[in-house]
Design a protein around this ligand. Structure first.
Ligand SMILES: C[S@@+](CC[C@H](N)C(=O)[O-])C[C@H]1O[C@@H](n2cnc3c(N)ncnc32)[C@H](O)[C@@H]1O
Length: 288
């Protein structure tokens, strides 16, 4: 599994959550199971593992098979999770897509491989897919997506060119249109920001993150911890602001925790990872 996705900030997340033997934890984005496995290696812990991607759940179940009596899986968006009466000792959410998803050509997340423009993490959802957004949005709507979710400077120019050239059904066709519109000197592929923006729009990533940030503090017992790992400022900003404003929480990381040089060297994806930790206040603290 490590070849499909390298987990980031594992030790820092375990320390931040103050994992204790016998504790019950929620991994809201189990992915390939790296963080869940690290938690389950601690004696008698239990994990409820969520992911909206059925393929990820299947792979995590294989990896976590040695702990099968202490882990339960649920395929759901973390915004829709219903814990019932369960209160967790801690919650971890490692946001965004996994390398497995990015590197699966048929999922359509990457300009590197020719595939249908899909980009849904939950392939059972009704959509829209990236192709639906590209082919049926107005130029203004597309420009807003590229600007808001990709911080793409040439959002309007790219959106106009897409509208002239559509229908576009494949990753490579879209990447070519973007590359022919802007002549970037930056080292990243010119379509990188457009692809990130579409992925965020297709999966409504910022809206579901807001719902998760509003609901999840209630899923943790007083004194329990929340850990969120984000990979770009559009994700990190709401975590920082919502937690700071939340009377249920005490923020323990004034500045986000980042990866060591050694981790970045062995896993370049770790370079942009930011970990924030909060603690659920005890009820008597909240009423002070
Ligand atoms: C960065 S990966 C997690 C990797 C995992 N921590 C590991 O170490 O293997 C993110 C995972 O979260 C899932 N995901 C993203 N947003 C989600 C959401 N709103 N609800 C549920 N799962 C989500 C993705 O499908 C992906 O599998």
């Amino acid at each position: 599994m490590e070849t499909l996705h390298r987990s980031v900030l594992i030790e820092e997340t375990l320390a931040g959550l103050q994992i204790r033997p016998g504790g019950i934890y929620l991994d809201a984005t189990v992915g390939l199971g790296g963080h869940a496995e690290a938690i389950l290696r601690i004696a008698c812990t239990q994990v409820v593992a969520l992911d909206q991607d059925a393929v990820a759940i299947g792979l995590a179940a294989q990896r976590l098979q040695p702990f099968e009596d202490r882990v339960r899986f649920e395929q759901t968006n973390f915004a829709d999770f219903e814990p019932g009466d369960q209160q967790f000792d801690g919650i971890v959410a490692d946001l965004g897509v996994s390398s497995m998803q990015l590197d699966s050509p048929e999922r359509g997340f990457s300009w590197r491989y020719e595939a249908a423009l899909d980009m849904r993490m939950d392939t059972t959802s009704e959509g829209p897919t990236a192709a639906d957004l590209i082919n049926f949005s107005s130029a203004e709507e597309l420009a807003n997506i590229f600007w808001q979710f990709g911080e793409e400077r040439f959002s309007r120019r790219i959106a106009r060119r897409i509208v002239e050239r559509r229908p576009l059904y494949t990753t490579t066709a879209l990447a070519q249109v973007v590359a022919s519109t802007i002549h970037s000197r930056q080292p990243i592929h010119p379509a990188t920001r457009v692809f990130q923006a579409l992925r965020i729009a297709v999966n409504r990533e910022l809206a579901v993150l807001e719902t998760f940030l509003a609901r999840s503090p209630d899923w943790v017992r007083g004194g329990g911890h929340l850990a969120v790992i984000s990979f770009h400022s559009l994700e990190d900003r709401p975590v920082k602001h919502r937690w700071r404003e939340d009377p249920r929480l005490e923020v323990l990381t004034r500045k986000p925790i980042t990866s060591s040089e050694a981790e970045i060297k062995s896993n370049p994806r770790a370079r942009s990872a930011k970990l924030r930790i909060a603690r659920r206040r005890l009820s008597e603290e909240s009423s002070l």
